[in-house]
Design a protein around this ligand. Structure first.
Ligand code: T4K
Length: 388
């Protein structure tokens, strides 16, 4: 049996590099609450991501909650977002006392369909939370125009968009909208074990975010509502080391993505959902849509057959977040038909820097074999049917 291939595997720096950073933490005996490793990573990331301001957090989810809660929007205000995302995006809105309003996405890149946003705006709308899903940049110019016209805040869920830029003007993913949230979870292109960050243009927000992530405490006289979401020193140490190697990680991901492109190009029934040529991608995921009629079996059948080969892709993102039990049938999936279709048919194939040519070939051969077997069965069924 081939060794198991999971959807992803964390990228790790050389052990000696990490040990050296950990030695510094032991020597200083400073473990958390914004120590030297934290400060160093914050500065290094600011320059790598080419952003004016950056605040580190314990994870991406709490960073997004901090961004939403920094506005003190009235409870029950509406936030336009998409349901084709990880639970985190939608839960962050709900946990902040706000109401998610779901806008459909575009089939080509799965990001919010900006042409539909205005139809969701009501007098209660206060913000838009678009998602750069798979690191594919949203239609930021259209979103900015709408936000300006209706005086709405724009907070990007850029969890997947580490290091992505728009080619035409080299504009980095973290510079769009009012605030952008990045995730540094173990499964991401750049990881700090767990971690996240907010990037933003307004420097005044630094103190506010520091306050919110430290129980709301700025000083004895200024204590607002907050929680604990500080990044610890060991996590920052992992970030310092991984950042030195992240360009190599992305280059390897690009190589494996291009190999997938070549090997799956002729496979009828598999639609490759590729990054737009307008962006410099980070190759965070390798999403494909399974068109059952052409492929010969459904996405779910393909997933269970791939298990027999010890291959474990993921249905990122199924179910739609609008269909989560927490929302108790409040939202209909037919209201976002493109997102509904994608979520039923999407599959993200394994992709990580150490994946390797042999594994990509093994995965593509398995997919082709499953397709061939299905075609045989499918053909046999047709023969049987014509005999009747
Ligand atoms: N917004 C969006 C759009 C997001 O996608 C996410 C997170 C967030 C916000 C919130 O950001 P964070 O608060 O997480 O920073 C994973 C991740 O936990 C989550 O970070 C990520 N998105 C989501 C898309 O995927 P799971 O439950 O699918 O991960 P898990 O544990 O099943 O791992 C997937 C595979 O990775 C495993 O089968 C094996 C491998 N793996 C995983 C871990 C954790 C390893 O080899 N080593 C590991 O340490 O959620």
């Amino acid at each position: 049996m081939h060794e198991a291939i999971y959807v992803t595997k964390p990228s790790l720096p050389p052990r000696e590099e990490f040990d050296r950073e950990i030695d510094k933490i032991y020597n200083s005996c400073w473990l958390t609450n914004v120590g030297n490793e934290h400060k160093e990573l914050e500065n290094n990331l600011k320059s790598y991501l080419n952003v004016k301001n950056l605040s580190l957090f314990a994870n991406g989810h709490l960073a997004l909650e901090a961004a939403l809660q920094s506005y003190d929007f009235p409870t029950g205000s509406e936030v336009i977002t998409t349901p084709f995302t990880f639970t985190s995006t939608t839960y962050a809105i709900t946990h902040s006392g706000l109401t998610p309003v779901f806008c459909d996405v575009k089939a080509d890149d799965c990001t919010i369909d900006a042409d539909l946003i205005e139809s969701h705006i009501t007098e209660k709308t206060v913000a838009i939370v678009p998602v750069h899903v798979y690191g594919y940049l949203c239609d930021t110019d259209k979103i900015e125009k709408i936000a300006k016209k209706h005086k709405l805040a724009v907070i990007y869920d850029a969890a997947h968009a580490f290091g992505v830029t728009r080619k035409s003007d080299n504009r980095p993913s973290g510079s769009f909208g009012d605030v952008s949230m990045f995730s540094f979870h173990a499964t991401k292109v750049f990881n700090t074990f767990e971690g996240g960050a907010l990037t933003y243009n307004d420097s005044a927000l630094y103190d506010l975010f520091s306050e919110i992530k430290d129980f709301g405490i700025l000083n004895a006289k200024n204590i607002r509502f907050g929680f604990n979401a500080k990044m610890t020193e060991d996590h920052a140490a992992m970030g310092i080391c991984n950042l030195r190697h992240v360009d190599e990680y992305i280059a390897k991901r690009r190589k494996w993505s291009q190999l997938y492109d070549e090997k799956l190009a002729g496979c009828k029934g598999i639609r490759l959902i590729k990054p737009s040529v307008a962006i410099k991608s980070n190759y965070a995921y390798y999403p494909v849509e399974i068109i059952a009629d052409e492929f010969g079996c459904s996405r779910d059948e393909l997933v269970s057959k791939l298990k027999e080969y010890n291959i474990f892709p993921r249905k990122y993102f199924y179910p739609l977040t609008s269909q989560l039990p927490a929302y108790d049938g409040k939202y209909q999936k037919d209201d976002t038909p493109v997102a509904a279709r994608l979520s039923e048919n999407i599959l993200t194939l394994p992709l990580y820097s150490e994946l390797g040519e042999e594994n990509v070939s093994y995965i593509c051969n398995a997919i082709n074999e499953i397709k061939r077997d299905n075609c045989k069965v499918f053909g046999a069924k047709i023969q049987c049917a014509s005999k009747l």
